[in-house]
Design a protein around this ligand. Structure first.
Ligand SMILES: Cc1cc2nc3c(=O)[nH]c(=O)nc-3n(C[C@H](O)[C@H](O)[C@H](O)COP(=O)(O)OP(=O)(O)OC[C@H]3O[C@@H](n4cnc5c(N)ncnc54)[C@H](O)[C@@H]3O)c2cc1C
Length: 289
């Protein structure tokens, strides 16, 4: 199928894009990589009156390291992130997760801003934003505001961005040196969206785990931080027994839904299995091993 008729705009600046959003009062859609939006339009599940194409705004594509933070312009391609030396060095969890987003041609077009704004619960980037305690910067006619993952993601494919707001930047704090990390996911075929994904980061001092992060993808409408499972590791350390206990607790904490891809019970069991796997891989990487 082909999309319904739409007007097309290619602004050269963010201000122009924001003005166009305001002019259409919620009837326009921003076009980033098009990897989610174009299929929706081709199936006529989305019928915007206008597309505001962000691809001509060169100032929205960058990766910068700045005072312990890595900043990404919203139009930074997933492929640029995957192969960025700064990302590999400072945010290896993001590099690992990016390689799991679809296939290389999709990552060549798809953007970090588009993925976060699309808010697919099975996508990797929303879980990474939550796991690394990052923020997004949204700009609208009234100026800019920053939002954490818990403030941005509201439900399936739904964010708290207003109809006249756009994402302009994503900020992720650099991971601590020597942190262990892993992104584990299960999907039916390579490149498919995850049925369940688990992002983890561990910081340790000797035998102690001083900080643990565990966040789900694909288990419920928004990424879920599994704080009580993290606390088991911070209290009991990173022994096999503690990892098993954290994985069991993770499965109790989630509230998955059933859909055509998997039942809630299957997702719950995957949460336990993948949490265990992610934690064991993260432990093996502690201290830069
Ligand atoms: C076969 C296939 C497999 C895929 N597998 C995966 C996968 O495994 N994991 C995964 O995470 N993704 C996957 N995707 C989706 C893909 O990664 C997209 O890149 C991503 O979901 C959307 O990014 P985009 O830049 O293409 O955004 P677009 O499709 O252009 O836009 C998506 C939505 O975000 C809005 N938007 C875009 N930019 C902004 C902005 N700056 N501010 C506010 N709103 C904005 C758009 O208006 C639209 O509503 C897959 C896609 C395909 C086709």
């Amino acid at each position: 199928m082909k999309p319904a008729r739409f007007a097309y705009h290619a602004p050269a600046t963010v201000d122009e894009a924001v003005a166009l959003l305001a002019r259409y009062g919620g009837e326009a859609k921003l076009l980033a990589g098009g990897q989610s939006l174009m299929p929706l339009m081709n199936f006529r599940l989305a019928r915007p009156a206008a597309l505001i194409d962000l691809n001509a705004i060169a100032s929205l594509a960058y990766i910068r390291e700045d005072d312990g933070q890595i900043r990404f312009g919203a139009m930074t391609r997933q492929r640029a992130i995957e192969f960025s030396p700064v990302v590999r060095r400072r945010l290896p969890l993001l590099a690992e997760a990016t390689a799991l987003v679809g296939h290389l041609p999709i990552r060549t077009r798809g953007t970090i801003g588009g993925s976060l704004a699309h808010a697919d619960p099975s996508a990797e980037y929303p879980a990474i934003l939550a796991a690394l305690d990052g923020v997004v910067v949204a700009r609208g006619p009234r100026g800019e505001r920053t939002l954490r993952a818990s403030e941005l993601f509201q439900s399936y494919l739904t964010t708290s961005l207003g109809p006249d707001e756009m994402l302009v930047e994503v900020r992720l704090p650099a991971m601590p040196d020597g942190a262990g990390f892993a992104f584990e996911e299960f999907s039916r075929r390579h490149g498919d969206f995850a049925i369940v994904g688990i992002a983890t980061m561990l910081v340790a001092q000797g035998e102690r785990c001083t900080a643990a992060r565990l966040v789900t993808a694909g288990v419920g409408p928004v990424p879920t931080r599994l704080r009580q499972a993290e606390e088991i590791l911070e209290r009991e350390g990173l022994s096999d027994a503690a990892i098993e206990a954290a994985a069991r607790r993770a499965a109790e904490l989630v509230e998955p839904d059933s859909d055509i891809h998997a039942s809630a019970a299957y997702r719950r069991n995957l949460t336990r299995v993948l949490t265990g796997r992610a934690l064991r891989r993260a432990v093996a990487r502690l201290g830069g091993r």
